[in-house]
Design a protein around this ligand. Structure first.
Ligand code: LLP
Length: 438
């Protein structure tokens, strides 16, 4: 069965009777008129369908928790939508925890993870009853135990491990390979457990956590990840007599950014994970653990598109290469310049198939590297046409900046013909409000 991460476009996308692109029953020309550009747009139905697909795909494995990886896109409204779908939240900072807490009142459905958590963040997590903390290194074990002890509390923890799996993804978004800044190497795990058993009485070890990478197209790597994790569960039981009950497998499922991409469906990775659990719990004579899946990109990536207004254009005389500039770029989407990410685009307001031309879409920022899409075939564009770039829902808004002192765009959620602003456009006032004169 196909799942929305395998589409290029949000599930409600169509061309309406005016010939314009419509998402969530809203004409994008009207949405741009009302909310301005650049504009982040999300299709609520796509987010919910994807969340439901995860739940359905794992429905045969009752002990599954889902935690949305907040780093992909964290705002108050996404907390409302996904908590209503039964998801908790994987958080990595005070800011992400604060956003969840401001909506739900506590952090009982959350995990805190990260390779350099501050004392303040650990305090915030414990004080708001976080479900689990994934401890990354030896120093953090000591610090967390000290904080928990001072509050007379016991904290449930996972140990983050690097399982030594290499995925074929961009090297900046690989995380599970051995030379990684994240987590304990498997050869260090016993020393960490010994210190918990002997010295850290305020830490309660529940299980292990791993994340093998992002934008993953392979499925077998999940089978291998479970195999490695359960192998450690068995070894730890045999050596320490500790029965681990929680296995967090991270996120990573890829999405189709272009027609050449072949992301698997959620059902395909669920099958690998469940098959591997069945095989290795039987082989190692282990009880079936609670599992946790932490998807980010696959939940919100396909749901999001960015709208830009076309401005100037320029043709290079010697090569005839044509650049068309839009009113956003690397500050609202740094992924093309950071990871050479490739996207598909469409013109929102015209469909003249005969007058196509090959162009390069340039951003408005003062850097030559600020190119959103190289060599794309589109109908001839003029100033004020609207361009829609698909699949910008994950790691776009969350990695945006105020580079060149531009304002962060608004975010609008579309559903059933209604367009609701869920993040307001920044104002010049907000831009300078923390600046101090000499
Ligand atoms: N869990 C952990 C521990 C993670 O580190 C990550 C992502 C996830 C879950 C979610 O992974 P996802 O399902 O989104 O693949 N900025 C990069 C992606 C960085 C991912 C970092 N970790 C990009 O724009 O491609």
């Amino acid at each position: 069965m196909e799942t929305p991460n395998q589409n290029i476009k949000p599930v409600t996308t169509k061309i309406n009777e005016k010939g314009n692109i419509e998402i969530g029953g809203c004409d994008l020309v009207d949405v741009a008129k009302k909310h301005g550009t650049p504009l982040y747009i999300y299709c609520e139905k796509t987010i919910r369908e994807m969340a439901k697909a995860y739940k359905d795909a794992f429905s045969s494995y009752k002990k599954t928790h889902f935690m949305f990886a907040s780093k992909a896109f964290m705002t108050k409204a996404i907390v409302q939508i996904l908590s209503c779908e039964g998801f908790g939240f994987d958080t990595v900072s005070g800011g992400e925890m604060y956003t969840v807490k401001s909506v739900l009142g506590d952090l009982k459905t959350c995990l805190l993870n990260g390779n350099n958590k501050s004392e303040e963040e650990l305090n915030m997590a414990i004080d708001n009853n976080i479900r689990l903390i994934s401890v990354d290194n030896f120093l953090e074990l000591a610090m967390l135990n000290r904080i928990a002890k001072s509050k007379n509390k016991t904290v449930d923890i996972l140990l983050r491990i690097t399982p030594g799996i290499e995925c074929h993804t961009h090297k900046y978004i690989q995380t599970g390979h051995l030379d990684s800044k994240f987590g304990f190497d498997l050869t260090q795990l016993d020393e960490a457990i010994e210190s918990i058993v002997e010295d850290y009485k305020n830490l309660n070890l529940k299980g292990l956590h791993a994340h093998i990478g992002s934008q993953i197209f392979e499925t077998k790597v999940y089978y291998d990840e479970v195999k490695i994790m359960l192998g450690e569960f068995k070894r730890i039981y045999d050596k320490f007599g500790i029965k681990l009950t929680e296995m967090n497998l991270g996120g990573g499922l890829g999405i189709n950014y272009t027609i050449n991409d072949r992301a698997p469906s959620v059902y395909e990775i669920a099958k690998q994970i469940i098959d591997s659990i069945d095989k290795y719990t039987e082989e190692y004579n282990l009880e079936k653990p609670t599992i946790c899946i932490e998807p980010g990109r696959s939940i919100v990536g396909t749901a999001g598109v960015t709208l830009y207004k076309v401005g100037t254009s320029k043709t290079i005389p010697i090569s005839n290469k044509k650049y068309v500039a839009v009113d956003g770029g690397m500050a609202d989407n740094p992924r093309p310049s950071l990871y050479q990410a490739v996207y598909e685009a469409e013109v929102v307001n015209k469909r003249d198939k005969n007058k196509k031309e090959k162009i390069t879409i340039a951003g408005r920022y003062c850097e030559s590297g600020d190119i959103l899409i190289n060599d794309v075939e589109l109908p001839e564009l003029n100033s004020n046409d609207l361009l829609c770039i698909y699949d910008t829902g994950a790691y776009g808004y969350s990695m945006s900046s105020n580079y060149n002192r531009t304002l962060k765009p608004a975010v609008v959620l579309l559903n059933n013909g209604s367009a609701k602003e869920i993040v307001k456009r920044q104002t010049y006032n907000q831009l300078v409000e923390n600046d101090m004169l000499l």
